[in-house]
Design a protein around this ligand. Structure first.
Ligand SMILES: *Cc1c(COP(=O)(O)O)cnc(C)c1O
Length: 425
């Protein structure tokens, strides 16, 4: 099937490169017509989209506002300053660097700022819900530094702070990361803060997933408890693909030097602009409502899934994310994810803690509510969503393509009434 030409946007692109324009159009339709449940994804606003597609793209500006290596920065300096000031206001921090290209380089910059190659860094193990860049072996952070890793308890699915403390005091890491990619529960920044102080480590809260919840007051802020905050800007924060590092003034210089010239060249000014727009949106009362609605939807969805006999890691959720262990359903995560995709429900397969299967063919799927909440779905819709997931997983087990097509049609019907931000209707 060839993708239909997009009706109204991208006239120049369509004229210059119809092949590429058709792909963009197809992606717009896909994002409009599917229920996007990947917890790290979202829909940015039309304003964020526009800002990220501007001529700011054309400008080189190595350095920081007022201290550049290139001339012609009269506008760019103001753009970056706006983004920085808005970040400081939204998160209540003394310092913000908005230049990291994405979350992974931001975390590498943290390593560069506070550790030497070979030094010990500590983070949550990837298969337990941590991130690659917290010292996991295949990542540069685990190859160039000595990563030691904590996990969650087998019985509760929760972090065991006695274990974290014991490991930190034994290994004396330079840097401790908290936060991750598959953590359905509130992160106890205060508990990590106590341990880091006792161990003499720099504590980094990686709030990539929950930044929007923190900004909107739907997750406690790490600010009083941690030294550095690392975050992406494109997950619950609903900005462009990018990242920020934030801290008290004390660590400002080390972080700035690590980002530039330590790791990067010129900042992506069009992204900086879009981050500024997203932060302005995140400072509005409506964003508080959004953040709380994300959590309310996730809790409602978790309840409805539990009622259908699904096994959820840690028994539920406090945030935007649900990690489902499909072992009792006897359907592997990958097979379920691929079937759900055919049913118009986009999820990702994921390891669960103590997974007995392989990372590329794990036992779980990971879902979340940031995108569907951006479309305006409410807790009342979540029984329907749980039902679709239930039917999709059952159909996956039986290879019942007809059942998947039926779910897909229902998904399309509902989403027709909930247009996605930033997409043509
Ligand atoms: C997404 C994520 C990152 C990495 O961000 P990229 O932009 O994909 O490089 C880092 N840490 C955590 C906890 C994340 O969830």
């Amino acid at each position: 099937m060839t993708a239909p030409q997009h009706p109204y946007t991208h006239p120049a692109l369509t004229a210059a490169d119809p092949e590429l324009a058709a792909l963009v159009g197809a992606e717009e339709r896909l994002q409009a017509e599917t229920l996007r449940l990947i917890p790290s994804e979202n829909y940015v606003s039309a304003a964020v989209l526009e800002a990220s597609g501007t001529v700011l793209q054309n400008k080189y500006s190595e350095g920081y506002p007022g201290r550049r290596y290139y001339e012609g920065q009269q506008n760019i300096d103001q753009v970056e300053t706006l983004a920085v000031e808005r970040a400081k206001a939204v998160f209540g921090v003394e310092h913000a660097n908005v230049q990291p290209y994405s979350g992974s380089p931001a975390n590498l910059a943290v390593h560069l700022a506070f550790a030497e190659p070979g030094d010990t860094v500590m983070g949550m193990a990837l298969p337990m819900g941590g991130h690659l860049t917290h010292g996991w072996g295949v990542s540069a952070t685990g190859k160039w530094f000595r990563g030691v890793q904590y996990g969650v308890r087998h019985d509760t699915g929760l972090i065991d702070f006695d274990e974290v403390r014991e490991l930190a005091l034994k290994e004396r890491p330079k840097v401790i990361f908290c936060g991750g990619t598959a953590l359905p529960r509130t992160i106890d920044f205060a508990a990590f803060g106590e341990i880091a102080r006792e161990a003499g480590a720099v504590l980094v809260a990686d709030i990539a997933h929950i930044a929007g919840l923190v900004a909107g007051g739907a997750h406690p802020s790490p600010v009083p408890h941690v030294d550095v905050i690392s975050t992406t800007t494109h997950k619950t924060l609903r900005g462009p693909r990018g990242a920020m590092l934030m801290s008290r003034e004390e660590h400002a210089k080390a972080l700035d030097k690590a980002v530039f010239p330590g790791l990067q060249g010129g900042p992506h000014n069009q992204t900086t602009a879009a981050i500024a727009v997203a932060l302005r949106e995140a400072s509005q009362p409506s964003f508080r409502d959004y953040a709380h609605a994300v959590v309310a939807n996730a809790k409602a969805l978790a309840e409805a899934l539990l009622a259908r006999g699904f096994d959820l890691v840690s028994g539920g959720t406090d945030n935007h994310l649900i990690l489902m262990d499909l072992t009792p359903k006897q359907v592997p995560g990958k097979i379920a994810a691929k079937a759900l995709d055919r049913a118009g429900l986009v999820v990702n397969y994921n390891t669960v803690p103590y997974d007995t299967r392989k990372p590329f063919d794990p036992s779980g799927i990971r879902i979340g509510t940031p995108s569907l909440t951006s479309r305006g779905l409410a807790p009342g819709h979540m029984t329907l969503v749980a039902d679709w997931i239930d039917r999709g997983v059952a159909a996956a087990g039986k290879g019942d393509e007809q059942a998947l097509a039926a779910v897909r049609a229902e998904v399309g019907d509902l989403l027709g009434a909930f247009p996605a931000p930033g997409l043509p209707v």
